[in-house]
Design a protein around this ligand. Structure first.
Ligand code: NG1
Ligand code: MG
Length: 517
């Protein structure tokens, strides 16, 4: 499982721990990056829950995005890494599990007071299971159902297994660390494995990437790719087009070594509930901008901004996304939108695009619920293109930094990476309007207390920041941020909670199945 012939990450699977793991003892870490005490605890809890041992545990981690925010759904490369926090699903499976011969799935959560037990019946190859989304309500079971449905629609089995699952997750919810993708990816993996499917990591990612749309988000595929394909001790540079290509990259070893510290603003970003004014609206705005730019510059229809960049290919340019093309497009964006900050009303859009309002709705909004007075084409497109530039520069700096054999350039490299992260935050705040006052304040505090670079990570509107801090300053950094952000704003946090809201992290490994429990 995980070593299919066309495995795109083939080279990286020389390390056997990267194929879904089989390891016998608790003396060794079960999977590099997995917390074996939690694996052990979840196994014991499962025994209490079901009276027998689980057949296996599926694991999929959260991620932190180092740079490249809100550009995955526009088709541009991003640079996240998996973190050690994850979702574990302990599973046992059988042919049927009730007397009527129905195929039943039962899911229970270790935190079952917050997430009550759910049970559902398999509804056949096409429907699999119905998922009801009530606007503004987040139903935890739906994340599992998404993964389950995506996996079974892909596998098209005549008779899938019934499953009993116990779930334990420790990725902060709504924190921009992709708790939702960790959960759906883990559900895909658990369902595929229980049903004996032989898939590689790219296939699993493709299934998982198609899943969150069942809960009504127009999401990109960064999180699922990071959660499934990450490699221990590496960040992951992910390109989505022309095909999904995750490339593990070493972070440069410099002196003093660099560390990434995650700090939760403790403002929760409820992406599903706020999608009509936030996430999905941004997806729509970038699509409208792509359409307009494609028509103006090349007289062609473009769906996403990446399509516009690809049209430069016929123009004597090198293939793919290059710094040169992004710079050129960035200038065109200034020119064509006249740096218009205030956005366009639907009636203005209709004139600009030469399309009826009904056609605009049909083409760009489609199935999404959107609530907006104005559509900000200039700001959103400008952010996407400039952020994509920053990803390329960050990636190149890391590669250069790993190649360099003297450390004399360390400081310069640290500065380059930090500056790109700081610019990314400013752009999220000012152009993409996806920050919030707590995140801005936290970033300020981080920068004032030892971080060289700091930015929101994930969708934004709340959730976490990620800061680049010299390793020898991590302890004092964490101490100071506790004193200046958490203590005054959240005086009631317990000691345990305080250690949970801010922590240093290193690149963890991607999804795996643990079978020898
Ligand atoms: P979060 O909300 O942090 O999980 C979301 C999207 C990503 C990406 C980022 C913004 C999902 C599962 N993930 O991440 O694809 O668009 O926002 O860069 O919706
Ligand atoms: Mg999410």
């Amino acid at each position: 499982f995980g070593n299919g012939p066309d495995l795109a990450l083939r080279e990286n699977f020389k390390d056997p721990s990267q194929s879904f793991c089989r390891q016998k003892s608790y003396e060794e870490p079960i999977i590099p990056g997995a917390d074996r005490r939690r694996v052990h605890f979840t196994t014991e809890e499962y025994e209490r829950y079901d009276g027998c041992s689980p057949s296996f545990i599926a694991r999929s981690p959260g991620r932190v995005n180092l740079i490249g925010e809100h550009i995955d759904y526009a088709g541009f490369g991003v640079l996240p890494m998996a973190i050690s926090r994850d979702v574990l699903i302990a599973v046992s499976y059988e042919d049927t599990n009730n007397n009527n011969g129905e195929i039943v799935v039962e899911i229970s959560n270790i935190q079952n007071t917050r997430y009550p037990d759910r049970k559902f019946v398999y509804q056949g190859k096409e429907r699999v299971v119905d998922i009801e989304n009530e606007e503004g309500v987040v139903e935890w079971g739906n994340y599992f159902k998404c993964g389950y449905k995506g996996a079974l629609q892909y596998l098209q089995l005549n008779r899938p297994k019934g499953m009993r699952c116990l779930i334990d997750g420790n990725v902060p919810e709504g924190g921009g660390l992709s708790s939702s993708a960790a959960f759906t990816c883990c559900a895909v993996l658990a369902t595929c494995f229980a049903n004996g499917a032989q898939l590689n990591k790219i296939q699993l990612t493709e299934i998982a990437a198609s899943c969150e749309r069942f809960i009504g988000l127009g999401t990109g595929n960064m999180d699922q790719t990071a959660s499934i394909c990450s490699l221990l001790d590496h960040a992951l540079y992910i390109e989505f087009l022309p095909t999904l290509t995750p490339t593990p990259i070493k972070l440069p070893t410099i002196n003093p070594p660099l560390a990434f510290v995650i700090a939760n603003s403790l403002t929760k970003a409820d992406k599903v509930a706020t999608a009509p004014t936030n996430y999905n609206l941004r997806v729509v705005e970038t699509k409208i901008a792509a359409y307009y730019l494609g028509r103006q510059l090349f007289d062609k229809d473009c769906e996403i901004l990446r399509n516009v960049v690809d049209l430069y290919d016929s123009d004597n340019h090198k293939k793919g996304v290059t710094i040169e093309k992004l710079n050129a497009l960035s200038h065109e964006i200034d020119r064509l939108f006249e740096k218009k900050q205030e956005g366009y009303r639907l009636s203005e859009l209709s004139i600009l695009l030469e399309l009826d309002v009904s056609e605009i709705k049909r083409r760009f909004i489609g199935q999404y619920t959107i609530r907006a007075e104005t559509f900000h084409l200039y700001k959103r497109a400008k952010h996407v293109i400039e952020e994509s530039l920053r990803v390329l520069k960050f990636y190149e700096a890391c590669v250069r930094g790993c190649d360099a054999d003297d450390h004399s350039k360390s400081e310069e490299l640290f500065d380059t990476l930090s500056k790109l992260m700081n610019q990314s935050h400013a752009s999220c705040r000012d152009l993409y309007d996806c920050s919030c006052k707590e995140l801005d304040q936290l970033v300020e505090i981080c920068l004032g207390n030892g971080a060289k670079g700091s930015r929101l990570t994930g969708a934004g509107w709340g959730g976490c920041t990620v800061s680049l801090v010299p390793l020898n300053m991590v302890n004092s950094f964490i101490h100071n941020v506790r004193e200046k952000y958490y203590r005054p704003l959240f005086p009631n946090l317990s000691k345990a909670e305080l250690s949970n809201v801010i922590f240093a992290t290193t690149p963890g490994s991607g999804a795996a199945v643990i079978i020898d429990l």
